[in-house]
Design a protein around this ligand. Structure first.
Ligand SMILES: [Cu+2]
Length: 275
């Protein structure tokens, strides 16, 4: 009795795991917001590593130093030049050297920030030869995806009751790790924006235009993003869920999807015509 029950259970688990597809791969969540988070997500892409470095090593220390200096100056002024100590106020209105310094130093600081900042901006806009191309179309209020090279096409709708809340979709964008992914973006109605924080990408999806971004995800796992352009009533309910997997797993996923749709892969077609 117990044994037949176990067999039944095993069969059920096997069928269920098989039907699970992407989710059955037991991938961990890598790119998601966390409670009380106050830093960036990731980095899980080369560009996001650069963004982290630019902020942590460069921008943040600079901001801290400037804030501390300004605070110290103000404290000094408030104490040293307080009314009780200076009953007779000074009539000084100009100090040429001081004015040159407080104009040129901030300009210099901005130039120092601008150089690595523009370099980083250039890197984020770069487009290399793509290994996988995905077309994402924004709709009110869901994303539709196409893999033109594989003949795949599907919509991704929110699953509102799943955790992490408001981030899970019924179908996922599957990508291989450590490959150049080109995401082409457009919209069927209003302006949306496709963003994946852990990978350091965000770009508008504009009706009538085709924008392109590129990302290379370095770690297998599940990543979450959101539409990042106010697009109407359900703007907060069209999340982006990306599953990054090893190349072999990705290829298996593509074949699985193609088989389900009855698509004959191009390589098989070529072999068939040769015979
Ligand atoms: Cu949107």
């Amino acid at each position: 009795m117990t044994r037949s029950l176990l067999v039944l259970l095993a069969a059920f688990v096997a069928v269920f795991a098989g039907a699970g597809g992407v989710m059955a791969q037991e991938l961990e969540t890598v790119g998601a917001p966390t409670d009380w988070q106050w830093d960036f997500q990731g980095p899980n892409s080369p560009i996001m590593e650069d963004i982290h470095d630019f902020y942590d090593v460069y921008l943040l220390p600079m901001m801290v130093i400037i804030s501390v200096i300004v605070l110290a100056l103000m404290a000094y002024i408030m104490i040293r030049f307080r009314r009780s100590r200076n009953p007779e106020p000074t009539r000084t209105t100009h100090n040429t050297i001081l004015e040159v310094i407080w104009t040129s130093v901030p300009v210099l600081i901005l130039v120092i920030i601008a150089i690595p900042s523009l370099r980083l901006l250039y890197d984020t806009e770069r487009l290399d030869e793509a290994d996988v191309t995905i077309k994402a179309t924004g709709n009110q209020w869901f994303w539709s995806y196409e893999y033109p090279d594989y003949g795949l096409e599907f919509d991704a709708y929110i699953l509102e009751d799943e955790e992490p809340r408001l981030l899970v979709t019924d179908t996922q964008v599957v990508v291989p790790v450590n490959q150049v992914i080109r995401v082409q973006l457009t919209s069927a109605d209003v302006i949306h924006a496709w963003a994946l924080p852990a990978a350091g990408v965000k770009m508008d999806a504009v009706p009538g235009r085709l924008n392109e971004l590129q990302m290379t995800i370095t770690d297998p796992g599940i990543y979450y993003g959101q539409c990042s352009e106010l697009c109407g009533y359900s703007h907060g309910f069209m999340p982006i869920m990306v599953v990054a997997m090893e190349e072999a797993d990705f290829e298996a996923w593509v074949s699985e999807q193609q088989a389900a749709l009855g698509i004959v892969p191009e390589t098989d077609l070529a072999a068939a015509t040769q015979d």
